[in-house]
Design a protein around this ligand. Structure first.
Ligand code: GLC
Length: 409
C-alpha cells in the first residue's frame, strides 16, 4: 500500500500532532507500507515523519496561499484573488508529483490541502479529507469545499461534534468520526520535568506555589485573555503562578495573538511576576509534568482539544472549556473539570478549587490517566485507519456515499 499525506504546515499545531500519532500508528501496524508526506512548509514535522520512515517532500506554499485565511469577507476575497495564479502553478506541480508517486490513497490534513488534494489527486484514487475543525464558521473554506465535495471519498473527523457540523454543511459526504490518539508512553506521569520559571525568565516561585499552565498555539480563540483574566480574579490567599506556553506558529493572516499583545494584557491586569511566558517549548510532556493544573480555555467550541487528553495522560488535573468535541473527552468532575467557554469567573473558581485541594488534583489526575488509556491509545487509531485504508484500496471509487456514519473508536 502506498499512501500520500498532504499537510499545509510543518510546525506542530494540534492537527499536526494528531498526524504525527496517526503516522506512528500506521507505521507500527504496517512497517512495509510506503508512506509519503507532502508539506506546504518546512518544519519539525518533516524530521519527525522521516524518523518514522515516511518519505517527506517539502513543497513550500507560495506566500499568498500560505497567508490566505478566513479573516473577513473582503480580506478573504482579495487574498483569494492574489493567491489564485500562484496556487494554480503550485497545484500543477503537486499533480505532477502525485502522478509520479502513484498513491493508492491520498489523505489530506488541513483545509488548503483538502482543496489541493481534490484538485490534484490522480483520478480513481480514493481521497480522505481529515477534518479537524468546524467548517460552518469558515465562510471562505465552506464555499471552496462545496464544489470539491464529490472528490472526497471519506471525511474523517476528530469528534462527533465536528461530524454533526460537517453533515449540515456538506450533506451527502461519507463521514467517519475517529478520535485522535497520543503516545501514552511519552505522555506519562513519569519522566523529565522542566524549570518553567527559568524558561519564562522569572525568579523561582515560593515553595508550595501551585503552577497553572495554558499550553496552546496563539490562535485568538484559544482563550489566552480568559486565562489571564481568571488568574487576575484569584483571591490573594491562593499561592498560584500561571504559565503561558506556546507562540504564534501559523502563517495565516490576522488569526493569532502577538507576544507583545499578551504581555500588555498581563500588565494591564496587574499580573506582572504572577504569570510567565515560556515561548514555544518542544517537550510538552515535560512541561505538563512540571505543572500542577492544566487549563484549556478555548472561547469557541473546541473541535477536539489534544491538550486535554495529553494532560489527562500525564495524570494531571485538567480544567477544560466544556463545549464541542472537547466535551466528549471527559466526564466533568470525574476525570477533569469543565467551565463554560469564555467564562473567566467560572474558570477562576475551578482554578481555586484545585489550587486549594491537592487530594482532588490527585483523584482527577489518576482518573484522567485511566480514561486516556481506555480511549486514546495509538493502537485503536491505527486499527481504525487500517480498516478504512484496506476497504478503500479494495473497492473501486464511486464518489462519496451518503451517510453511513459509524464511530470507529
Ligand atoms: C485542530 C482542532 C483541535 C484538535 C486538533 C487535532 O487543531 O482545532 O481542536 O485538537 O485539530 O484534531
Amino acid at each position: 500500500m502506498r499512501i500520500v499525506y498532504l499537510n499545509p504546515s510543518g510546525r506542530l499545531g494540534g492537527a499536526e500532532t494528531s498526524l504525527r500519532e496517526l503516522l506512528a500508528g500506521v507505521r507500527a501496524a504496517e512497517p512495509a507500507w510506503e508512506l509519503w508526506l507532502v508539506l506546504g512548509e518546512d518544519g519539525p514535522l518533516a524530521g519527525i515523519a522521516r524518523d518514522l520512515s515516511v518519505k517527506v517532500l517539502v513543497k513550500p506554499f507560495p506566500p499568498s496561499l500560505a497567508r490566505l485565511g478566513d479573516t473577513g469577507r473582503w480580506a478573504a476575497l482579495v487574498g483569494l484573488l492574489k493567491a489564485s495564479v500562484a496556487t494554480g502553478r503550485y497545484a500543477r506541480g503537486l499533480a505532477r508529483w502525485l502522478g509520479k508517486i502513484e498513491p493508492d490513497i491520498v489523505h489530506t490534513n488541513g483545509f488548503k490541502m483538502h482543496l489541493l488534494g481534490a484538485w490534484t489527486s490522480p483520478r480513481r484514487t480514493p481521497l480522505i479529507w481529515h477534518i479537524h475543525d468546524y467548517v460552518s464558521p469558515r465562510r471562505l473554506m465552506r464555499r471552496l469545499l462545496w464544489p470539491f465535495r464529490k472528490a472526497c471519498t471519506v471525511a474523517i473527523v476528530n469528534s462527533k461534534s465536528v461530524a454533526k457540523d460537517l453533515e449540515r454543511v456538506l450533506p451527502g459526504l461519507r463521514i467517519m468520526p475517529i478520535y485522535n490518539a497520543i503516545d501514552l508512553q511519552r505522555f506519562s506521569p513519569v519522566g523529565d520535568r522542566l524549570d518553567l520559571d527559568a524558561k519564562a525568565g522569572l525568579a523561582p516561585a515560593a515553595a508550595g506555589t501551585v503552577r497553572i499552565g495554558l499550553i496552546a498555539t496563539f490562535a485568538r480563540w484559544k482563550g489566552h485573555k480568559v486565562f489571564l483574566e481568571a488568574l487576575a480574579r484569584l483571591s490573594s490567599g491562593v499561592p498560584v503562578r500561571g504559565y503561558i506556553v506556546g507562540g504564534p506558529i501559523y502563517q495565516t493572516d490576522g488569526s493569532q495573538w502577538s507576544v507583545p499583545e499578551l504581555h500588555q494584557e498581563a500588565d494591564r491586569l496587574g499580573l506582572a511576576g504572577k504569570v510567565g511566558f515560556t515561548g514555544f517549548l518542544e517537550d510538552i510532556p515535560a512541561v505538563m509534568r512540571s505543572l500542577d493544573v492544566i487549563v484549556h480555555a478555548s472561547t469557541q467550541p473546541e473541535p477536539f482539544g489534544m491538550v486535554i487528553i495529553e494532560g489527562m495522560a500525564c495524570a494531571k488535573p485538567v480544567i477544560a472549556s466544556q463545549a464541542g468535541g472537547a466535551a466528549e473527552l471527559f466526564g466533568d468532575g470525574h476525570d477533569a473539570l469543565g467551565h463554560p467557554p469564555g467564562d473567566a469567573a467560572a474558570l477562576a473558581r475551578q482554578i481555586e478549587r484545585l489550587a486549594r485541594d491537592e487530594a482532588l488534583r490527585q483523584r482527577l489526575g489518576n482518573a484522567g490517566r485511566k480514561r486516556a488509556e481506555q480511549l486514546f491509545h495509538r493502537k485503536r487509531l491505527g486499527n481504525a485507519l487500517l480498516a478504512l485504508y484496506n476497504e478503500l484500496a479494495r473497492e473501486p471509487v464511486t464518489g462519496s456515499e451518503v451517510g453511513n456514519q459509524s464511530m470507529a473508536v
